[in-house]
Structure formats: C-alpha cells, structure tokens
Ligand binder design. Sequence first.
Ligand code: ADP
Ligand code: MG
Length: 254
Amino acid sequence: MDVPVLEISDLNVSVEKKEIIKGLNLSVGKGEVHVIFGPNGSGKSTLLNTILKLPGYSIDSGEIRVKSQNIQQMSTDEIANLGIGMSFQHPPKIKGVTLRNFLNAINRAEDLDDEIRALSMEAFLERELNVGFSGGELKRAEVLKLYAQSPALLLIDEPESGVDIENIAVISKAINKILQTDRPKKQRERSAIIITHTGHILNYIDADIGHVFMDGKIVCTGNPRAIMEDIKNLVFSGCVTCTKEQRSEDGSLR
Ligand code: ADP
Ligand code: MG
C-alpha cells in the first residue's frame, strides 16, 4: 500500500492573526482526485497556500505530511520539490520574465511542444508571465506550468473561475492528461485537490472524492456528484443541517 501523498491532521491556520482553518483533517492517496466545494471566504485558497507554506499563512497547530515527511521545517521550494504543484486562483504577474524563460526554468517534462500547442500558448511564449493575460489565458498558462512541473500532487484552485466554456474544456483536457485519467485508476501516478465553487469542472474531470469545506473545516465527504446535487438543491447553508451519512465511493464511512 502506497503512503498517502498528503496527510493533514488537526490543522489550525491563521492569517493576519485571524483563525481561518480550524481543525482540518484530509488524506489524499496516490492517484486520487479530490474536489473541495465551499462558499467564498471559507478558507479554501488558504488551505492550498498553507500546504506550500506561502508567506503570511501561519500553522498554529496540527501537522501536514507530504509523502510521510512533515513539512514543518521546510521551505516552499523544498515542499514544491517533494512534488507539489499549484495552479493559483489569482496567478501573480511577473514582469521581466517571459513565459518561455519561466517554463525553461521549471521544466521537468521531456517535451512541452505538444502541450503548448494543445493549450494554444505559442503566441505567449515571449510575453511577460501573466502580464495582460485574459482570464482564460491565465488559467491555460497555469496548467502549462503544472505540465512542466509534473508534480505528484496538483493543487488546482478554481480552474473554472473567470473562464469561458471553451477554455474550461481545453484546460480540463490538459489536466486529465497530467492526471493520466486514460489509465485504470490503480495505475495513475498523480493526485489532485481541485477547488471548485460551481462544481462545473466535474463535467470534465472524473473526481473520486468530494468534500464540503465550511468555516475552516471539512463538514462532509462523499461522492462528488452526489454532493454537488445536494449543494444545488440545499445551497451551502443546507450542509449545516444535513444529516446524511457521509460515505466515500467504496462505501466506507469516512
Ligand atoms: P476562499 O478561497 O474559500 O474563498 P480564502 O482562503 O481566500 O477563501 O480566504 C479566507 C479568509 O482569509 C478571508 O476572510 C480572507 O479575506 C482571509 N485571507 C486569506 N488570505 C489572506 C491574506 N493574505 N491576508 C489577509 N487575509 C487573508
Ligand atoms: Mg479561493
């Protein structure tokens, strides 16, 4: 049995002295795709930023382990080198660095030409990274970055926000390729946590496990599509009073 790529236990995180994550537990196994639903401002991006220990997010208590290694003493760079890649909700603009130079600096994939073409990024290679990019172009560049990094765990923050349907289809196809979803589940090497506000991405990417994140912790875990249907009917406030049993796809209680 492979060790989980990510294990989070009893995590408490604050930002600017305000408690945002309050006792969160999460385990992501090799090859698993998790989606996290949750209202705006509940701390979903904070969770991903904390896994990479971006500045400003302070772990008050609890543990984050990546491939069994506690990240407590590690730098963002060291954590990324364990195989964690992030597609940001709001990617930073980097003046003076072209997309081509950036990709060359991080590339671990053998050949990016096919992906550059698949994501229609040929015309952007000499442009400064993310500067003046539209919503769809930003997310396409983020996914190209993930492809270049070839991480073991992809953290994907709201891939569909600010993006039209055509771009969602293109981005999802590239994510599916990175996640090797054409292989049988047991043969997939990479895992993902995908944050989604609308759940729209589930029409394109086959997720294994869904979670509802509210007020700093996971309040429900189960079949992603069943959760999405419930959220459509009940909206997030309905999750507070919902008494459904929380079961994962294999039927075990989580
Ligand atoms: P979500 O992604 O679920 O919409 P966020 O994680 O972005 O939520 O934000 C959760 C809360 O933490 C919000 O109240 C937000 O304003 C606050 N927050 C997040 N990052 C920062 C930051 N760098 N500085 C100050 N407040 C922050
Ligand atoms: Mg967010």
